[in-house]
Design a binder for this molecule. Structure first.
Ligand SMILES: Cc1ncc(COP(=O)(O)O)c(C=O)c1O
Length: 385
């Protein structure tokens, strides 16, 4: 049987139990379970606010939209970002009528802080940092730059559910930006079908996110249903908004999955350690390191090899599925104006390969992948970059 790149692991009975409660109560929309999951997520992460959404894509847009409105940013103001990410990250910047300015990547495939410093201009307003694969990379330096240069830090934590910084608190501290956005999409570490969470540090912005994600309406349907007065139908619309809020069916799945997140991530890290050992000293395989002090959610395990396309073909033939995270976004026609802005990202994105990583992989599966990768790489034996 082929070894898949990603396989979500659902606690089927617990999910069905939580969903059944929604159906029996007759409440599948926002409210009820979304509130319960927001509370559970705040407890789990230690973050002060959490608002459940229909995706991280919505959350990233909402984050930039809200800061733009609150801080008086104007169309075309600049947001520093990475070309090694899923398209959502940079679409969100464009949706807010801001300009993505691409920064090159470092060994972690995260934003290179030195290039960040070089690309700050008087119009730079924010940095979007993607914790690629769950890695915090140079996040500490990026936070320091944001503080010093008075920039907003948007943490795209789509891959980071469960990532901690070791040694800061008993269970490790959750990395955070001024706003942190998680994804609970179908193959993420905490899978639902599609959902996300936006976590502002500022209480007022959290309240604004709640209104804006429900079309600017100042009273959600759940609060209205609980209102005993004759005016429960009445609400105000204070500004334009979006239909970005999450629903109780997705939150029900998330509530059932949350108790498994740490164990799943621990298994992911153990698989990462097996891969690390298997590839140690191999002259043709370089691995993407985890930042010191980062207890990564290990969403991805990435290697860098010379002839990636040949390796993919050979692994496919041996029943090992792989992925690429990500194609250099500057190769897309829509970013042609900056196509040469990030030479290291352009180079690395030709050679990076994600290996199977999910909690259902057995040690034998991992050994099979390592053997296949080493054998295929021995055929070309070009040193990795
Ligand atoms: C880095 C990154 N950011 C944002 C997203 C968007 O997440 P969602 O599918 O929840 O909108 C993804 C999803 O793959 C992602 O990988």
């Amino acid at each position: 049987m082929a070894i898949q790149l990603f396989v979500p692991t659902f606690d089927v009975e617990a999910c069905l139990g939580e969903i059944r409660e929604c159906l029996e109560k007759g409440w599948t929309g926002a409210g009820f379970k979304t509130i319960a999951f927001e509370e559970a997520w705040k407890t789990y992460t230690g973050l002060p606010h959490a608002h459940f959404l229909n995706s991280a894509t919505s959350g990233l847009h909402l984050a930039l939209d809200i800061y733009k409105e609150q801080r008086g940013w104007v169309d075309g103001d600049e947001v520093l970002t990475t070309p090694i990410t899923f398209v959502s990250t940079n679409h969100a910047i464009l949706h807010a009528n801001l300009k993505p300015v691409f920064v090159d990547v470092d060994d972690f495939l995260c934003l290179d802080p030195d290039d960040v410093e070089r690309k700050i201009t008087p119009r730079t307003r924010a940095i979007v940092f993607v914790g690629l694969g769950g890695n915090t990379g140079p996040l500490g330096r990026i936070m320091e730059i944001c503080q010093r240069r008075k920039l907003i830090l948007v943490l795209d934590a789509a891959h980071m559910a469960g990532t901690r910084l070791a040694g800061t608190k008993r269970d490790g501290e959750t990395p955070r930006g001024d706003v942190t956005v998680y994804s609970f999409q179908a193959v993420k570490n905490l899978p639902t079908a599609d959902a996300g969470m936006i976590c502002f540090t500022d209480e007022e912005l959290d309240a604004l996110a709640r209104r804006k994600s429900w079309l600017g309406i100042n009273k959600d349907t759940y609060a209205r249903a609980a209102d005993a007065s004759a005016y429960k139908w009445q609400y105000e619309v204070e500004s334009v908004g979006y239909k970005y809020h999450g629903n109780s069916i997705m939150a029900a799945i998330a509530l059932a999955q949350l108790p498994h997140l740490d164990a799943h991530n621990a298994r992911r890290r153990a698989i990462g350690d097996l891969y690390d050992k298997g590839f140690a000293g191999h002259p043709a395989i370089k691995t993407v390191p985890t930042a010191p002090g980062c207890v990564s959610s290990r969403h991805l395990y990435q290697i860098i090899v010379d002839d990636r396309e040949k390796l993919i073909a050979n692994l496919n033939a041996r029943g090992v599925n792989t992925g690429v995270h990500y194609r250099n976004n500057l190769d897309y026609p829509m970013f042609q104006d900056q196509h040469a802005a990030c030479p290291r990202a352009a180079e690395l994105s030709q050679h990076v390969l994600s290996l199977p990583l999910h909690p259902q992989l057995s040690d034998d599966d991992v050994a099979r992948v390592i053997e296949a990768v080493c054998e295929c790489s021995a055929e070309t034996l070009e040193p990795a970059l």
